[in-house]
Design a protein around this ligand. Sequence first.
Ligand code: B12
Ligand code: SF4
Ligand code: SF4
Length: 315
Amino acid sequence: MHRYIKQAAKNIGFDACKIAQADYLSEDAAFFQRWLAEGKQGEMHYLERNAEKRYNPQVLVPGCKSVVVVLMNYFTQIEFPTNSPKLALYACPAVDYHTVIKQKLSELETAVIEKYGKQIVNPDCQHIFVDSAPVLERRWAERAGLGWIGRNKQLIASELGSYCFVGILLLNAETTYDTPVRNACGRCRKCIDACPTKAFSDSGFDARRCISYQNIEKKGTIDSDMQTLLNSYIAGCDICAKVCPWNKKWAKTHNHPELAANSELADWNVKSWENLTEKQYNNIFAKSALSRLGFSKLKENIQLVVDSKLKQIKT
Ligand code: B12
Ligand code: SF4
Ligand code: SF4
């Protein structure tokens, strides 16, 4: 079964697939609860809900025995013009990665059911997950041996690097399991030093200080002390990924047409972003990950980047 699932995942177009046993994540539970108690999740209140489901896959999906973890590389070379607002790479595809990966995971589920029968999944609950569910996706990827969680808090996948999305399929059958790999961050601290907003400190990662939280998740305006630190990012941030030596070694342009960059963006400059209308936004970004921000949040982010660039030019 183990070999069949991996081969099916490869045929469907995933870049990697490994399987972990669906154990209770007791160490993560303790860590996560402390992290929440310190308020580091900010306004992401969904992280406070469904605690037991998050740490115990058998509560999330009764009967679950195995966690199939898939990865999809999204690395690509995109140059945004100097002084122009820019997007983190996750936000560049014309189609939102949630849509793409869910579709592929459904294909994987179908392939597994065809081979092993319907009882292999729990039909009474959702068992395919991408991002927006109480599943510790990076931890499962690490447990399944796909890579390690680096100091930058991202999964650094062996031979792929960290520019890869994670998807999960929970199965109600046992199989053989993969072995975790060694954390290879060593003494490196490049990501910690490069983070412009000092999101990493001795007390751990503070999501509220991450540009990605400020420009995507936070409902209101970006905190005033962070507005000049955005490094032109209007959605997400890739700084701690860019500096990682493992990405320099392993990150290669993806070959997934489903994740092709939005062609409309090719010639965009500061003026194009500044003049973006709601109608254009709805036409161009309706299917992309940017649709999750909403027009007014995106416009506000654009204005903050433009204003901070103007200030820099004047001083
Ligand atoms: C909330 C969230 C965010 C938040 C918080 C980020 C974070 N690091 O947690 C914000 C909005 C800031 C964010 C940003 C980004 N995100 Co995000 N995010 C998530 C989400 C929904 C949940 C993550 C979570 O649970 N965080 C909670 C904290 C507590 O996690 P943590 O600090 O890593 O700690 C966990 C473990 O590492 C472990 N742990 C850590 N330290 C220790 C120490 C000890 C002693 C122990 C025992 C355990 C332990 O315990 C914790 C629980 O498992 C996941 C999807 C999912 N459902 O998993 C995507 C996810 C992590 N994000 C993803 C991406 C792509 C990003 C960005 C790169 C996007 C961008 N370019 O802007 C950035 C990266 C920022 C960064 N440096 O992490 C991908 C990651 C892919 C990868 N290769 O790692 C995911 C998996 C989505 C997906 N399906 O692909 N994200
Ligand atoms: S994504 Fe950017 S702001 Fe967030 S931790 Fe990494 S470098 Fe810092
Ligand atoms: S930059 Fe260095 S410390 Fe940070 S994740 Fe990469 S290897 Fe680890």
